[in-house]
Design a protein around this ligand. Structure first.
Ligand SMILES: O=C[C@H](O)COP(=O)(O)O
Length: 247
C-alpha cells in the first residue's frame, strides 16, 4: 500500500504572536502539496489562533492532552477541548513528556485510548535514550512503549507512530537514514506480529530527531520512513523544504 507522507511540526514551548504570524505566513505562502499531510503543533495558548489563520491544507495539533474529558486537573487540557477548537490531532508520548515530566507507558496508553475514543487522532511518539541504545536495548524499549497501546486494543486507523531516538532530539545528531530505517522496519514487523499485517502495512511511521532541510530528502527515501516529526526546524521557513522532501 502507498502510505501518504506525513510531516508534523512540533513547536514545543516556543513562540509569541509575532513569531506565530511569521510561521503562518511562510506556511500559507507555500505551494499546496496534495501528497503530504501537514500538521503543526503550537503551544496550547496559540492553538485557536493558528487554526484560524492557517490555510486549510495545514492542520493543527495539540502537543498533549489528559486522559479524561474534564474536571479538577489544573493545567491540563482534554481531547474534548481539542475537538471543540475544531482540531483533529494530538501528540502523545513525546520523550519530553516521558523524561522531563515523568509520564509512564501506562499513563500515555490511557491518554491515547481516551483521545482516540474522543475522535482525536494521535501522533504516538516512542524512542530510546542514548544509554539504552548503547546497552543494546533499542528494540526492547521501542517495543515496550508500543506494547502499552497494543495491550489496550486500540484501533490503529487514527494513529501515526513517531520514532524519535532521544539522543537525536535537539542535538543535531540525526540518526543516519540506515539507523532510522532499521528501527522503522522493526516497528513495522512488530505491528505485523502483534496487531496485523494490514495495520503494519497501512500505519505511517515517521522519524523525528534533528531533521533539517539538508537531511530530510535522504531520510525520506527509505522504504519505512513515511514522514517526519520536526522540532526546531519547523519554526523556520526551511520547514517547507522538509514538507516537500519526497516530492
Ligand atoms: O517533536 C519533535 C522532536 O522532538 C524533534 O525535535 P528536533 O527536530 O528539534 O530535534
Amino acid at each position: 500500500m502507498t502510505r501518504k507522507f506525513f510531516v508534523g511540526g512540533n513547536w514545543k514551548m516556543n513562540g509569541d504572536f509575532a513569531s506565530v504570524d511569521g510561521i503562518v505566513t511562510f506556511l500559507n505562502q507555500s505551494a499546496d502539496n496534495a501528497s503530504v499531510d501537514v500538521v503543526v503543533a503550537p503551544p496550547a495558548p496559540y492553538l485557536a489562533y493558528a487554526k484560524s489563520h492557517l490555510k486549510a491544507g495545514v492542520l493543527v495539533a495539540a502537543q498533549n492532552c489528559y486522559k479524561v474529558p474534564k474536571g479538577a486537573f489544573t493545567g491540563e487540557i482534554s481531547p474534548a477541548m481539542i475537538k471543540d477548537l475544531g482540531l483533529e490531532w494530538v501528540i502523545l508520548g513525546h520523550s519530553e513528556r516521558r523524561h522531563v515530566f515523568g509520564e509512564t507507558d501506562a499513563l500515555i496508553a490511557e491518554k491515547t485510548v481516551h483521545a482516540l475514543e474522543s475522535g482525536i487522532k494521535v501522533i504516538f511518539c516512542i524512542g530510546e535514550k542514548l544509554e539504552e541504545r548503547e546497552a543494546g536495548q533499542t528494540k526492547d524499549v521501542n517495543f515496550r512503549q508500543l506494547q502499552a497501546i497494543v495491550d489496550k486494543g486500540v484501533s490503529w486507523d487514527n494513529i501515526v507512530v513517531a520514532y524519535e531516538p532521544v539522543w537525536a532530539i535537539g542535538t543535531g545528531k540525526t540518526a543516519s537514514p540506515e539507523q532510522a530505517q532499521e528501527v522503522h522496519e522493526w516497528i513495522r514487523e512488530f505491528l505485523k506480529e502483534k496487531v496485523s499485517p494490514a495495520v503494519a502495512d497501512s500505519t505511517r511511521i515517521i522519524y523525528g530527531g534533528s531533521v533539517t532541510a539538508d537531511n530530510a530528502a535522504e531520510l525520506g527515501k527509505k522504504a519505512d520512513i513515511d514522514g517526519f516529526l520536526v522540532g526546531g526546524a519547523s519554526l523556520k521557513p526551511d520547514f517547507v523544504k522538509i514538507i516537500n522532501a519526497r516530492s
